[in-house]
Design a protein around this ligand. Structure first.
Ligand code: HEC
Ligand code: HEC
Ligand code: HEC
Ligand code: HEC
Length: 183
């Protein structure tokens, strides 16, 4: 069952994320695999910030009444939390099921790797410590991408039965930012 769902998810995301999928070979491991090294307050507790953000709730949103109403209006055959049309952004991982590690849990919604790239090959300490190595192993230079990174999903287009509000980058980034503390 879970496997089928992943395959469907993969097919659906394919349309949206083909450009990246074609060149990717790193696996998505899930936020739980980043937690151990990114949860200390001394270093900005990125995991804690993310965990409290709406991104961590994005899958759960699909189980709510509002999501069910949207799905009904759009005539989806399945529940939103099983519909590729919704999972493409409310999880937003890989286009290819083979690239989802068994530890990856889509119930955790939009996770670190939706923005930073699939982490299987950059999450090891010796790689992480060296940014050039990390980039070569799949880390996405999120800081350089800015708004474009968000607009993969925050697109001003009819996804929810009504036109989505225009994306205000500065305002939205302020709600999810997770910088290292200033020394
Ligand atoms: C074994 C520990 C470890 C794990 C696991 C780990 N990281 Fe890191 N990460 C680091 C270290 C060390 C740095 C370098 C900066 C620092 O000292 O915090 C870093 C830096 C980063 C940076 C900043 C890169 C830059 O622009 O300079 C990002 C983004 C990042 N990690 C994301 C992740 C993600 C996403 C995961 C999970 C897939 C992850 N990390 C897992 C230890 C880890
Ligand atoms: C993989 C898709 C995806 C990407 C990439 C993404 N988001 Fe989101 N974002 C979502 C989804 C889905 C929600 C809705 C979550 C919910 O409420 O269930 C959301 C919600 C949010 C919210 C909460 C909305 C509110 O009004 O409080 C903020 C803030 C946000 N995103 C900022 C950003 C920023 C800034 C970026 C880029 C740096 C970004 N997002 C990238 C999918 C994404
Ligand atoms: C193109 C990406 C994308 C797709 C596809 C998508 N969503 Fe969303 N969804 C978002 C983003 C981004 C937000 C957060 C918007 C914001 O707060 O600015 C969101 C928010 C929501 C919300 C919260 C709205 C609210 O006001 O509380 C619900 C419910 C929702 N989506 C359901 C769905 C359902 C059901 C589907 C499938 C039919 C779906 N979404 C498909 C990107 C997407
Ligand atoms: C919505 C997209 C998004 C998500 C989700 C996200 N990040 Fe980031 N992250 C960014 C962006 C964009 C930057 C770059 C900020 C900059 O350079 O101004 C960043 C920066 C970082 C940095 C470097 C901080 C600094 O001050 O340079 C680390 C470490 C990091 N993220 C880790 C994580 C971890 C771990 C998770 C998950 C627990 C996560 N991020 C989730 C978008 C995201």
């Amino acid at each position: 069952m879970k496997k089928n769902l992943l395959i469907i998810l993969a097919l659906a995301c394919g349309a949206m994320f083909t450009a990246t999928a074609a060149t990717e070979s790193h696996k998505y491991v899930g936020a739980g695999q980043c937690k151990m090294c990114h949860q200390s307050d001394k270093k900005g507790n990125q995991y804690g910030v993310w965990e409290k953000s709406k991104h961590a709730e994005a899958y759960k949103t699909l189980e709510g009444d509002k999501a069910k109403a949207i799905a009904k209006e759009k005539g989806l055959k399945k529940a939103p939390a099983e519909s590729p049309e919704c999972l493409a952004c409310h999880v937003g991982a890989s286009a290819d099921a083979a690239l989802l590690d068994k530890k990856f849990d889509m119930k955790q919604g939009v996770q670190c790797e939706s923005c930073h790239g699939a982490g299987s090959d950059f999450k090891a300490m010796p790689v992480m410590k060296d940014k050039a190595k990390a980039l070569a192993a799949g880390l996405v230079d999120a800081g350089k991408m800015g708004k474009e990174l968000c607009e993969k999903c925050h697109i001003d287009k009819n996804q929810h039965g009504a036109k989505m509000a225009a994306f205000k980058y500065d305002e939205m980034w302020a709600k999810v930012k997770h910088p290292y503390p200033v020394k």
